[in-house]
Structure formats: structure tokens, C-alpha cells
Design a protein around this ligand. Structure first.
Ligand code: GLU
Length: 486
């Protein structure tokens, strides 16, 4: 059975690169009716934080990447790693190192001074049994280090890149077990991948230099190594590795900024994998059905937020009200709208119906959930601000006041208060005065919303409510009078 895992260290939010790794590992397992494991690698006590672990678990759930086992926390498995490290000492593949922090510090300084590569000088590698016993009886703190072969090379196969070889002389006698009894990443990672029967290790390419260490560990334990799949890093548009200074990098941030899990997942799917045709819209299940390692790209992909926004807009438009409502309501609630307030504004619909109607207008042409709200602020706020560009463009020309007054009169006259009546009144009155319809519509739209781009004029005025619309028109007329006076 194919077994994959996602093994994040809880040292920060879930980076989109990590999310893509998780996604491919998930898809590969699902495609093969295998198993997907979530393992939290929290053995670095200083850098790990439970709140990050929670955040990562939450972000994966939000994306719909369900796991079959986990989350398994490595910090709960300390004993297992210690036993295995001891086993390697017994086998002669590892040794105890009693060198003090100060000594290692000094050694490092000397190495940098001489310009030679840093690394442990293997002083404890050849301690006699008696020397080791003596230190142990003195309870000298110690670590367990791996005995790297002193010559030859370590060769492994990467499923995407083929054979990779590292000369052993480049490798340090790296630490397996720290003096606090916690394993290092290398030790815990290898033991767990073996004990959890992982068949395919899928991870970012930044882990390639660690792989020869892992391969040596597998060999020393007498275990068969899994297949390795190192995924290319994700780049920013400037060609550098995507990082914080390029903007949002975590799934959580995209979620907060109003992106949909389906769209983000779809976008990440295509960032390094292709279905072999030019299809652009993919669901999670379609990915699982089609995913294969052969179609994973070896080259790094560029994270293009414009494309993600576009995709998100497509998903947003298709979203049914039932799925859209829970996403948008937290933002709407921030306005704290009251029933009486709507009445004062002259809104004739019931609050919930009114909210639904306004939001559906905003969904069209919006790219994110937050865009929807931003585009609709004028519905939820008492006062509007006039957008400078819109004012410049539409508050001008012959008899501007007269054209807006036509609108004002129509708003006063519409009876009953309905979209159809509003349309009839505005058009009719424009005709009487001999104004071309767009000459009335454009400045009216700016007058009641503050901006030139807004949903259809009659529906918009209807939803703003008669009283509030009139107030806004007055305000606009005031601005116009002032500008003309000056
Ligand atoms: N804990 C490592 C990380 O944070 C896991 C790397 C691996 O998958 O082996 O990425």
C-alpha cells in the first residue's frame, strides 16, 4: 500500500509551499487508495509552538486535506527515538559525544578563522569503552552522534531528479539525540517514516542535503529506505524563493484575506503539476483521480497572486448562497446593522433578505470575499465617501444639477418603492427634461454610492433605501454647489 505523510514542524504558519507538499502527498495517497498521515515534527523544543501546530492542523482541515492517521506528535514518542539511538550505539554505528558547548564553540571559531568548513572534529568518535564509562559515571551531559563513513559516497534516487550522490567526506557526524533526550529531525524523521511504513517521502527540495544522512541511517538500522520525491520550491515573481517580504505566504493569511479553500487548492494543484491538457479548473477529487508523479514539474513554479485572484473570482461566482453565507457573514456582522437602522434608511425588505440581495450583487465580478464587502460598503454604512476619480469623471457637464435633481425627484416619487418604479420614474423624468439617460444615470450612481462602479442603478437605489438615498443626493448636490461657487 502507498503511504505518504505530511510532516510539518510547528515553527510558524502553514506556508503555501508546505500546503502544496501536503496537497501532493494527499493526492498521491488518494490516487493509489493508500494512506495519508499527518505528523507534527515538534522535537525542536525551542522553535516549536503548540499554537502553530493547531494553526497548521486547522489550515489543512480548511483546505479539505483529510488524513487517515494523526496528527501524531513526535514529542509523544521520545522514548522510541531514544531506544533506537541507543541501538545504533550498540551496533557501533553511533557514538556518545561528551564535548562541551564551550569546546564546540571554540572549535567552530577556529574553523571559521582558518576558513575550513565547519563540522564536528570527531574527537569522541574513538573514545575507549573505559573513557565512555568514566564520563557516564560522572554524568557528563552528552549527545549521540552518527558515525559517518570517512570516505566513499552516499547515493540515492529522487523520483523526479534521478540519481543524486554526495561524497561522505562532506558529511558531519551529525547529532541523533540531543543532551535533553530529544531526537534531532534526522533521527525522528527516519524512525517514524520506517515505523509508519511510509513508502514515499514527499517534501520540499530544501531537504535534499539531509537525504544522504537519512539514507545512511536507514542502512545502519538495516531498513529499506522509502522513495524520495523532492518538490521544487515556489518562487516569487522576482525569481527569489517566496518569502514574507513578498507579501502573504501562509494559507492562514489567504484565508483571512477572503480566498476560498477550493480556489487556493486548485491554484496550488497547478503550481508544479499539470493534467497534461490545458484544463484550469480542478476540484480536490479530480486531482486525486488524476494525480501522478510523472506529471510533477521539476522546475520551480512562480506564485502569481493575480492568477490566484482570478481563479478565486471564478469560484466565488459559482458559489451557492448556502456556501457563500458562512464565509461572508463574519464580515457583514462587523457593521452591526440593526433592524431600526434599515427602517430609518427607508429599506423596505426584511434584514436577512436585504443582506442576501446586497451580497449577491457584490459576488459578481469580485475576486475575493473581502472584495465583495469592499465593493458594497456603501450599502452598509450610513455615510459614503466620494471617490475623487469618480467625481471628476461624472460630476461635470451641462446642467449637472438639473440631471441629479431629476434623480432626486424620481426617488421621491417612486410609489410603491420598487426597482421597476424607480426605473420608470428616472427614465420618464429624464425624457421630460430632454436628458439622455446615461447623462442622468452616471452622476446619480456617484451621488448615491460615491463611486462610478457599482451594481445596476435602480437596484442599488432600491436597496440603499429611499431616505438614505435622498440624503446622499442632497449631499452630492451640496458638493456640486460648492464646487461651482468656488
Ligand atoms: N519537519 C520537516 C519540515 O518541517 C519535514 C521534512 C520532511 O518532510 O522530511 O518540513
Amino acid at each position: 500500500m502507498i503511504v505518504t505523510r505530511f510532516a510539518p514542524s510547528p515553527t510558524g504558519a502553514l506556508h503555501v509551499g508546505g500546503a502544496r507538499t501536503a496537497l501532493y502527498a494527499w493526492a498521491f495517497a488518494r490516487h493509489n487508495n493508500g494512506k495519508f498521515i499527518l505528523r507534527i515534527e515538534d522535537t525542536d523544543r525551542e522553535r516549536s509552538d503548540m499554537s502553530h501546530a493547531d494553526g497548521i492542523v486547522d489550515a489543512l482541515q480548511w483546505m479539505g486535506l483529510n488524513w487517515d492517521e494523526g496528527p501524531i506528535f513526535q514529542s509523544d514518542r521520545k522514548e522510541i527515538y531514544r531506544e533506537h539511538a541507543e541501538k545504533l550505539v550498540e551496533l557501533g554505528a553511533a557514538y556518545r559525544c561528551f564535548c562541551s558547548q564551550e569546546r564546540l564553540e571554540e572549535m567552530r571559531k577556529e574553523q571559521t578563522g582558518k576558513g575550513v568548513p565547519e563540522g564536528y572534529d570527531r574527537r569522541c568518535r574513538n573514545l575507549s569503552i573505559e573513557e565512555v564509562e568514566l564520563e557516564l559515571s560522572k554524568k557528563t551531559p552528552h549527545v549521540i552522534r552518527f558515525k559517518m563513513p570517512l570516505d566513499g559516497e552516499t547515493i540515492f534516487r529522487d523520483e523526479l531528479r534521478g540519481t543524486i550522490a554526495y561524497p561522505n567526506t562532506q558529511q558531519d557526524d551529525f547529532i541523533l539525540l540531543k543532551s535533553d533526550g530529544f531526537p534531532t529531525y534526522h533521527l525522528a524523521n527516519v524512525i517514524d517514516d520506517h515505523l509508519m511504513n511510509v513508502t514515499h517521502v514527499m517534501r520540499g527540495e530544501e531537504w535534499i542535503p539531509s537525504t544522504p544522512k537519512h539514507v545512511r541511517l536507514y542502512e545502519s538500522f538495516g531498513w529499506e529506505p522509502p522513495a524520495f520525491v523532492h518538490l521544487p520550491v515556489i518562487l516569487a515573481p522576482d525569481g527569489k524563493k517566496l518569502s514574507k517580504r513578498h507579501g502573504a505566504t501562509s494559507v492562514q493569511e489567504y484565508r483571512e484575506r477572503g480566498f476560498l479553500p477550493t480556489a487556493l487548492l486548485n491554484y496550488l494543484t497547478l503550481l508544479g503539476w499539470s493534467p497534461g491538457d490545458d484544463r484550469e479548473i480542478f476540484s480536490r477529487d479530480e486531482l486525486a483521480e488524476l494525480f501522478s508523479l510523472e506529471r510533477v514539474n521539476k522546475r520551480s513554479a512562480v506564485f502569481d497572486e493575480t492568477k490566484l485572484r482570478w481563479l478565486n473570482g471564478k469560484y466565488l461566482m459559482e458559489l451557492s448562497w448556502d456556501r457563500f453565507e458562512p464565509l461572508i457573514m463574519p464580515y457583514v456582522e462587523k457593521f452591526g446593522l440593526k433592524d431600526e437602522q434599515l427602517k430609518d434608511w427607508g429599506v423596505t425588505l426584511d434584514k436577512n433578505e436585504w443582506i442576501k440581495k446586497t451580497l449577491e450583487l457584490g459576488k459578481e465580478r469580485a475576486e475575493t470575499v473581502i472584495d465583495v464587502i469592499e465593493k458594497l460598503r456603501f450599502f452598509y454604512e450610513e455615510e459614503i465617501e466620494f471617490d475623487e476619480e469618480s467625481v471628476k469623471k461624472h460630476f461635470k457637464g451641462d446642467d449637472l444639477q438639473g440631471r441629479i435633481e431629476v434623480g432626486r425627484e424620481a426617488i421621491q416619487a417612486a410609489n410603491p418603492w420598487s426597482i421597476e418604479e424607480l426605473e420608470k420614474e428616472i427614465r420618464g423624468r429624464a425624457d421630460v427634461k430632454g436628458f439622455k439617460h446615461p447623462k442622468v444615470f452616471h452622476p446619480m450612481r456617484v451621488a448615491v454610492t460615491g463611486r462610478q462602479h457599482a451594481p445596476g442603478l435602480f437596484t442599488t437605489i432600491f436597496l440603499i433605501g429611499r431616505n438614505r438615498a435622498l440624503k446622499r443626493v442632497e449631499k452630492a448636490l451640496g458638493i456640486i454647489a460648492n464646487t461651482i461657487d468656488r
